[in-house]
Design a protein around this ligand. Structure first.
Ligand code: URA
Length: 194
């Protein structure tokens, strides 16, 4: 296997952009490494780039991205405060679910990003991202509940795209999102006392 350089976020992004990750199809225009504050306390991790993300090479810039930006505002955050990425870095054809081998191929890059940023809290957007961090759980049962797993604090949320088209899920996601500041405070409190 080709070696991967995980020495900095920039180096990781360059390798992703050069197509060293999952490469699900020849139609991929721009792999999407992710972007944001390299010292973010919170990382938001979605599923995979969609059409707009593939065109722009940036995460969450389509409709679900607009909704995510709005929700960040509702808890007093802007995109530049946090780091936003996906478990899979290239758009799967027709926006299909990522294959396990694509998730596996992107894993070193994602893990490298997490290791460098060292976020206090990882917010998973959608069940694929949740499955990566909390295998065996059901999003309908654990959404909005802070979990501790493999030495990480994980808050699983519904995916903004799912919530955009479903009124009750939208309110659930807004309510869950509103828990982010208290989850972060709780983690800081735990870290202080340990
Ligand atoms: N959906 C995702 O999961 N990620 C993106 O970047 C855009 C839409």
């Amino acid at each position: 296997m080709e070696s991967i350089d995980l020495s900095s976020l920039e180096v990781i992004a360059e390798q992703i952009k050069a197509g060293k990750c999952c490469k699900p199809s020849d139609d991929v225009k721009n792999p999407v490494p992710g972007e944001g504050n390299p010292k973010a306390e919170i990382m938001f991790i979605g599923e995979a780039p969609g059409l707009n993300e593939d065109l722009q090479g940036k995460p969450f810039v389509g409709n679900s991205g607009k909704f995510l930006t709005e929700m960040l505002g509702s808890v007093g955050l802007i995109r530049e405060d946090v780091f936003i990425t996906n478990i899979v870095k290239c758009r799967p054809p027709e926006n299909r679910d990522p294959f396990p081998e694509e998730i596996e191929a992107c894993k070193p890059f994602l893990e490298g990003q997490i290791a460098l940023i060292r976020p206090l809290l990882i917010v998973c957007l959608g069940r694929h991202s949740m499955n990566y961090f909390l295998p065996g759980f059901k999003i309908s049962e654990v959404h909005g509940r802070l979990k501790h797993s493999a030495n990480r604090y994980i808050l699983p949320l519904y995916h903004p795209a799912a919530a955009l088209h479903n009124g009750s899920l939208r309110q659930t996601l807004l309510d869950d999102f509103a828990k982010i500041p208290s989850a972060l405070n709780k983690i800081k409190e735990i870290n202080k006392n340990s």
